[in-house]
Design a protein around this ligand. Structure first.
Ligand code: NAD
Length: 336
């Protein structure tokens, strides 16, 4: 069989390190891919290009499947986020972020049985980036929510619940305050729910949702929400199951999909070879399922869980001393 074309965008910070580890695991466990390496983040900026160059966006659009590392976005100044640009340009409207209890992870929630998927809207909301200085002492931002955007996201989330044989979809919102924007999201959620009578549809206000996530996380199955709430709630969920080093994600559009970890470029540990590559590896597993390589996906998933359960080769964020490469080697050994 000919090699499958996959775009890879290492990004910056810990991106290149975890990407190298992930690609090496995929190759050594038998994934036959032709990797098309594309630029974004610091390396593009250094060449005077935008953080998400047009040629990278175009190539991902043409190839259809990409594995991406994180890219740094300056706080309070500087360039627009490379991710926001990419998600908008390719209409990657749904960001799917699973949070699942893992073996061997010690933390406040080790004994919980968490298995939550967050489906976050990925192109609208305050991330439209419309901000302006109304007055020297007043800055304003516009929250953009569209009816087609809400309808498309809710339909996607219900379909995912159905396909995965899950039971419940919870819409997370703040429609008590944001009556028009979040009100529209909620309206479209219940409209979509009518086509899925076997799925329990409920809604919850985002603050109450956060409280219940840390008191009764098992009560949640799949969450669907707007961009900003989804960004925050999915990091919260990552924290429940062992931190950002374990949280994968997929940006899904009609024509292409970009797989990347929830975490950022982690500048505090970049270049040290100690980042946990598991989140990107779990994202790669989502990618394998997406392209129909289910067997390899299952094999890698089982191997990663075995390494985590054994605990000898886990990285520092999980209490171990292994390097990024040690973890990758252990996964390959467990898969063979
Ligand atoms: N997808 C993306 O490209 C993306 C996502 C989120 C943040 N960012 C950007 O990343 C930069 C840093 O953001 P931040 O510090 O708020 O969040 P971060 O996710 O980079 O790091 C938060 C904390 O988690 C740790 N961490 C993250 N990933 C880890 C891993 N794989 N292994 C071990 N520890 C890990 C970091 O060391 C840090 O202590 C910012 O510029 C932000 O805009 C990018």
């Amino acid at each position: 069989m000919s090699a499958r074309k996959i775009a890879i965008v290492p990004g910056d910070g810990i991106g290149p390190e975890i990407m190298e580890a992930t690609i090496s695991v995929l190759e050594r466990t038998g994934f036959n891919a032709e990797w098309i390496r594309l630029e974004a983040g610091a390396e593009s900026l250094e060449k005077g290009k935008p953080a998400m160059p047009e040629e990278t966006v175009k190539a991902i659009g043409e190839i259809g499947t990409a594995l991406k590392g994180p890219t740094t976005t300056p706080i309070g100044k500087g360039h627009v986020s490379a991710n926001v640009t990419l998600r908008k340009a390719l209409e990657l409207f749904a960001n799917v972020r699973p949070a699942v209890t893992m073996p061997g992870v010690k933390g406040y929630f080790s004994n919980a049985n968490i298995d939550i998927i967050i489906v976050r809207e990925n192109t609208e909301d305050l991330y439209a980036g419309i901000e302006y200085q109304a007055h020297p002492d007043v800055a304003q931002a516009i929250k953009v929510i569209t009816r087609p955007g809400c309808a498309r996201l809710c339909k996607y989330a219900f379909e995912m619940v159905k396909e995965q044989g899950r039971k419940k979809l919870t819409a997370v919102h703040k429609a008590n305050i944001m009556k028009l924007t979040d009100g529209m999201f909620l309206e479209e959620f219940y409209k979509a729910a009518k086509d899925y009578p076997d799925i329990e549809a409920e809604d919850i206000i985002v603050d109450n949702c956060c409280m219940q996530l840390v008191t009764r996380p098992e009560r949640f199955d799949v969450l669907v929400t707007e961009n900003l709430y989804g960004d925050i709630v999915s990091d919260l969920c990552a924290g429940l199951v062992g931190g950002l080093g374990l949280a994968p994600g997929a940006n899904i559009g009609e024509k292409c999909a970009v797989f990347e970890a929830v975490h950022g470029s982690a500048p505090d540990i970049a270049g040290k070879g100690i980042a946990n590559p598991a989140a990107l590896m779990f994202s790669a597993i989502m990618m394998l399922h997406h392209v129909g390589e289910h067997q390899l996906a299952e094999k890698l998933h089982t191997a990663i869980l075995a390494v985590m359960k054994e605990g000898k080769n886990v990285t520092r964020d999980l209490g171990g001393t292994a390097t990024t490469k040690d973890f990758a080697d252990a996964v390959v050994a467990a898969a063979s």
